[in-house]
Design a protein around this ligand. Sequence first.
Ligand code: ADP
Ligand code: MG
Length: 261
Amino acid sequence: MPDLLELREVSVAYGNRIALDSVTLGIAHGAQVAVVGPNGAGKSTLFKALVGLLPLTRGEIRLHGRPVSEWQGPVAYVPQREEVDWRFPVTVYDVVAMGRYRPSRWLRRLNPEDRRIIAESLEQLEVSSLASRPIGELSGGQQQRVFLARALAQQPHILVLDEPFTGVDLATREAILELLKGLRAREVTVLVSTHDLDLASQRFDEVVLLNRRLVAAGDPQHVFTGRHLQQAFGGQMMVVDGKVIVVDQCCQGGREREVGR
Ligand code: ADP
Ligand code: MG
């Protein structure tokens, strides 16, 4: 069976600047995948290309073996917090209700089934009590929950979350992880970008290590090696499996040096 999602030599540039360089990658149906890489690695660019918000400079993305443009099934995308204009005067309920609209039925009214799904989504992310509040007034964690509720209301086959764990409280972090568990049973394919290598290796089936180019992809054990981490993060410090690791640039091929827990 072909991968659900296939990227073939995908490049994306902003003007002359190449942000993603010839990335080839397959993602299996139902997999939960963490995308990891330093700032500016192209994680957000990859996600925007996947959901059709950015044109490819080269290469192609196929879904179910077909060009992504032909795909009608729901793909839900939650952008990085910094990319959302939170001053937009809209209530929590309205944000989640947006999940029930499709371009083809834009002017349609919400039916009872939509309302039930909206209520359930608010409930699942524990934001029902905030329904009438303007989104801009909420905390970072609450805003992230509302966006997740909207994504859930879309009943997606593919869920793409750009740094959902950044700038949220612990309870929200747990709520997101619970949500991901629930989606497993429904075989929703999930892509999440994160800076947290620990989380990536412990809670995801596969990791994609990116630094403009694809450094490695697959199970965390095989991806998070000293050599790969050096290629992706060179010289930076990070935490894997509870260990603080300095990726040492001096050493050929990269070598991890454990400096403490
Ligand atoms: P990440 O999400 O991994 O931090 P991004 O995908 O946001 O990385 O960015 C990848 C590269 O593309 C960076 O060098 C960034 O500065 C550049 N970039 C991102 N968005 C734009 C944009 N709208 N215009 C120009 N350059 C951009
Ligand atoms: Mg980003």
